[in-house]
Ligand binder design. Structure first.
Ligand SMILES: Cc1cc2nc3c(=O)[nH]c(=O)nc-3n(C[C@H](O)[C@H](O)[C@H](O)COP(=O)(O)O)c2cc1C
Length: 728
């Protein structure tokens, strides 16, 4: 919520000041060149922090007796004014130690003068200055809201400069360049605002000047200027200007305008006649001027120029990001009340919405009545058969802005009729809470009595084509929607087939166990999927595989009239099968898990057989599997007993739903809550494979265990890859 607040502030301020900001930053970038060009002139005296007035004034006076003023300008230019020996006006830059003339001041560059006026007042005098002042103030607020957005995005101030995953998006560059330049922009904005307050008279200007008490001026023997104590103690670097006495009369005196005070000095005795220290406001004005104009140093003026240019980039990228967000809205052909397919999206920057939109188009092309909207527009859908949620995750595993109210809306308005749902989460594993909001939505919908999962939740890491393909495959099978006309070039490339040889084929009851010899170049892991095309057409069937003794093992339940299981059932040893492996990386044996709990029902045990066989490090591994009868467990019994003896499996727990105690695997989990807690708290992994209804029951139990016995909800562990699921 806070994130939205800062985002809306940032956007509103940027929109309201956009034109003036554009002008101010273009002119600011141009003006930052002025000090650089000035500095290139050969008038700099150098070493002004070492030369005292006592070392300089006698020499200059000697050389130029009618000197009236010395000014120290930016870039260490020392300007003298007065009249020369011929009585002509003298105005020149000099070396203060030798008096050598280094050059004459040029007329101020007309172009820079023009740009300066535009920058300060837009040629609108007082009105323009007010607009520019307000713009500078808004820029302070934009920079502050930007800083808060970066802190929020980076999950804390300490991680302000931590790496941001580079997805090459405008948002990435907006943030990365932003955090480098925000502090400089803030300084430009604060100093600009202060200067505006000064010129507009809102901060009362300080009346400079020293008041000399003429009655107290004393005369005496003329002391040489080089011996004036006050001149000895003041260096050029601390001087703005020195006004010389008008005549030799003792009542005329030197006026020294220094960085922090003004003093009057007796021209005969060298005594300080009066001194006025500047108030803090003058020092701040002076500092603001330096900061804002870049006159303090050439490096600073270059930084200012870059910061001004970065504002132009922010204006461009900020508006591009906003336009992308706004353009997410698409027109629906059918009203929500007449649609069977409801596609709801949670998307901050539009990529998730674009993918959902392409699925929407696919459905419309196939004559389906489909409706696309954002999760926050959730409503009652009287004709809905399926709700498909496509959502990204933001912040600390939070909902994107257009999905923040979804869960509350569903609670308030449950659907009347039974609806199937599926959730596709978009996220990035670069964040600790991978797809957390998608898990939250999936778990929440699973617990609604009107909602039944059509397929298991799927996640997409950094828009991975293979992850998308995996979802497409699963969803298209269950929803009976062909993706043949769905254009996704990268995904299509993954579709080439390989030949596998059948090594063994065993039927035990209604279970078929098949071992396939992989091709030389086949790379497969337990938990990956094997896609087969039983009718040699677009119809595809997917089976979870286990790798046992280097061969691919399938455990398939034979269904009456099942085209996939029927086809596999007819295979004979030695025959070749054309199929392809689909990587299912989210369901492979985790490399670093300290312990494992494997939960399956029916042939969902298939990938676990491979994983147990792969458990060469003998990490603690508990298997909970559910079967209908003791005979359906028979095909796996011997293999698992061997693994128990080899210590690759620590404990085997079997539940029979139609024999013995008539239990489901979920009952076994409920009675072993302590093991679940131990596993989760020690960073272990729980893997679930089998039917969606079993998954639903298990998730309810895990949710209760997490809520009552750990500090975090279930989705916390899901988003940290501690709960891995592959159900169908
Ligand atoms: C500021 C920020 C925070 C993010 N936080 C997460 C996160 O906590 N978990 C996650 O899985 N992905 C996170 N992501 C990645 C996005 O969810 C991912 O890039 C997604 O594809 C963006 O989809 P969208 O363009 O529809 O918003 C984050 C991205 C950004 C820019």
């Amino acid at each position: 919520m806070m994130n939205n607040f800062w985002r809306y502030c940032h956007l509103t301020l940027a929109v309201s000041s956009f034109l003036f900001l554009l002008l101010a930053s273009i002119t600011g970038a141009i003006l930052s060149l002025e000090p650089v060009l000035e500095r290139s002139k050969p008038f700099a005296a150098g070493n002004l922090d070492r030369i005292t007035l006592a070392q300089s004034i006698p020499t200059l006076r000697d050389k130029y007796p009618d000197l009236t003023k010395i000014s120290v300008e930016n870039n260490q230019f020392v300007l003298i004014e007065g009249t020369d020996k011929n009585g002509d006006d003298l105005k020149a830059y000099v070396n203060p130690q030798t008096g050598k003339i280094l050059g004459k001041p040029d007329k101020k560059n007309e172009f820079f003068q023009w740009v300066t006026t535009l920058h300060r007042s837009l040629f609108l005098h007082e009105t323009g200055r007010i607009f520019i002042g307000i713009t500078a103030f808004l820029l302070i607020l934009i920079a502050i809201s930007g800083i808060f957005l970066v802190i929020k995005r980076q999950r804390g101030i300490k991680r302000f400069f931590a790496t941001i995953p580079n997805d090459k998006s405008k948002q990435y560059y907006h943030t990365v360049i932003g955090r480098l330049s925000l502090v400089f922009i803030l300084l430009i904005a604060i100093s600009g605002t202060y200067l505006s307050l000064n010129t507009l008279g809102i901060i009362k200007p300080f009346k400079a000047g020293v008041e000399v008490n003429f009655d107290k001026i004393q005369t005496g023997a003329q002391i040489n200027l080089k011996d004036f104590e006050v001149f000895k103690s003041i260096k050029y670097a601390g001087v703005h200007s020195i006004e010389f006495p008008f005549s030799e009369d003792v009542e005329d005196y030197f006026i020294l305008t220094l960085k922090d005070r003004e003093i009057a000095v007796n021209q005969v005795t060298g005594v300080i006649l009066a001194e006025t220290k500047y108030p803090f406001s003058v020092l701040i004005s002076d500092f603001s001027m330096k900061i804002h104009t870049g006159r303090a140093s050439i490096i600073w003026s270059i930084i200012l120029g870059i910061a001004s240019l970065s504002i132009l980039f922010f204006i461009y990228s900020g508006f591009a990001i906003t336009l992308k967000r706004i353009s997410k809205g698409s027109k629906n052909k059918y009203a929500k009340d007449e649609c069977a397919y409801i596609l709801l999206t949670g998307s901050e920057n539009g990529s998730t919405h674009r993918y959902a939109s392409s699925i929407h188009k696919l459905l419309l092309k196939q004559g389906k009545k489909a409706y696309l909207s954002s999760l926050n527009n959730y409503a009652l859908y009287p004709k809905a058969e399926q709700i498909i949620v496509f959502t990204s995750t933001y912040g600390d595993g939070e909902a994107p802005t257009n999905a923040s109210k979804f869960i509350a809306l569903v609670k308030a308005k449950p659907q009347i009729q039974q609806v199937n749902f599926s959730v596709l989460g978009f996220g990035s594993k670069a964040y600790p809470d991978f797809c957390k909001f998608a898990f939250d939505v999936h778990n929440f919908l699973s617990a609604q009595n009107w909602a039944t999962p059509l397929i298991d939740i799927h996640t997409v890491d950094d828009r991975s084509p293979s992850d998308l393909l995996l979802w497409q495959e699963s969803w298209s099978q269950k929803a009976n929607i062909s993706f043949a006309e769905f254009s996704n070039a990268e995904a299509d490339n993954l579709k080439s087939l390989t030949a596998f040889t059948v090594k063994s084929h065993t039927n035990i009851g209604d279970t078929i166990l098949i071992n396939l010899k992989p091709g030389i170049r086949t790379r497969a892991k337990s938990g990956d999927l094997l896609a087969i095309y039983p009718a040699n057409d677009h119809r595809e069937r997917l089976y979870s595989i286990g790798i046992v003794d280097k061969s691919i093992q399938l455990s398939v339940k034979l269904h009456e009239n099942g085209i996939g299981s029927g086809f596999l059932n007819r295979l004979k040893p030695g025959e070749r099968l054309k199929a392809r492996i689909i990587k299912n990386t989210h369901f492979n044996l985790p490399a670093k898990a300290p312990n494992l709990i494997l939960i399956s029902n029916g042939t969902g045990i298939a990938p676990f057989l491979g994983m147990i066989d792969e458990n060469k490090n003998k990490i603690s591994c508990h298997l909970y599997c559910g079967f209908q009868t003791t005979s359906s467990f028979e095909p796996f019994k011997e293999f698992l007993n061997v693994k128990l003896r080899e210590s690759k499996l620590n404990k085997l727990n079997v539940a029979y739903s139609r024999a013995e105690a008539k239990q489901y695997v979920s009952h076994l989990i409920a009675t072993n809550a302590d093991l679940v807690v131990q596993n989760l708290l020690s960073g272990g992994v729980i893997m679930i494979c089998g039917s969606l209804s079993m998954q639903k029951d298990i998730l309810v139990i895990l949710d209760e265990i997490c809520a009552s016995q750990t500090e975090h909800p279930l989705s916390f562990y899901q988003s940290r890859n501690q709960i891995l699921m592959d159900c169908y």
